[in-house]
Design a protein around this ligand. Structure first.
Ligand SMILES: [Zn+2]
Length: 244
């Protein structure tokens, strides 16, 4: 290979790596004063804020191989929804991925679901919003007009992103771990609206279901889920390139 050819192929590789890389903000839900969902299981108190951090750190590690990745918190501390959105703005995040664990009064409720920001009429989803939108530190309500603006700015990107992430998780988690897929759904999560970025909120599984919770605590499961998520981001980038 001539020097020029070598230089050109190196340049091509450099450019393709560059265009392949995104700035991604991974958001472990709750933290500090906010435990999120809690339950006693096998003699221990399990807190949503700890599980979200475990998953977020694994997702961070996997995504970091190809992307610029940040966490809204890397330890057990309180971060308001607005502060999370401010970080997204500061780092100019291309994607915002918020991680949560679901809970229900019905211990039979189980499975994982993927949410993107949009209006809807689903009563069950409204219940999930109620638990995820509350914050000890203020911002209890944001105006519908701001939500509508955020929807118009993000839905065209967030919806296909949610579909690709969910399909990838489904392919990996349904087979080996027989985790139930609850589907992709629109929801009004304030953290997504405030961040005004293409993004998803992932409910990884139900802490109130014994089978789900065992999986959520399983490091191998956490690894597999994080790998599925990271590879879905690659698929998403490829799908965007095809559209161009
Ligand atoms: Zn949560």
């Amino acid at each position: 290979m001539s020097t020029l050819n070598f230089f050109l192929s190196a340049l091509v590789i450099f450019i393709s790596i560059e265009s392949y890389s995104m700035t991604i903000l991974v958001d472990p839900g709750h933290g500090g004063e906010e435990d999120g969902a809690t339950r006693e299981f096998q003699g221990k108190v399990i807190k949503e804020k700890d599980l979200t951090l475990e998953f977020a750190q694994k997702i961070f590690e996997k995504l970091q191989k190809k992307h610029r990745v940040f966490l809204t918190r890397s330890m057990d501390r309180t971060v308001t929804l607005q502060e999370r959105a401010n970080i997204a703005e500061k780092i100019k995040a291309d994607l915002f991925i918020s991680i949560h664990m679901n809970s229900s009064p019905d211990p039979r409720a189980k499975g994982f679901e993927t949410f993107y920001l949009d209006n809807h009429d689903d009563i069950a989803v409204k219940k999930v919003e109620k638990t995820e939108n509350t914050s000890v530190s203020g911002e209890s309500d944001i105006q519908q007009i701001l939500i509508d603006l955020a929807i118009s700015q993000t839905v065209a990107t967030s919806k296909p992103l949610a579909n690709i992430i969910h399909a990838s998780n489904k392919a990996k988690m349904q087979g080996r771990y027989s985790m139930l897929s609850r589907g992709v759904k629109p929801a009004l999560f304030y953290v997504l609206a405030l961040s005004k970025r293409p993004g998803v909120l992932l409910e990884v599984g139900f802490m109130t279901n014994d089978d789900d919770l065992k999986k959520l605590q399983d490091k191998k499961y956490q690894d597999l889920y994080s790998e599925a998520l990271a590879s879905s981001i690659d698929q998403y980038i490829r799908s965007k390139k095809k559209l161009r």
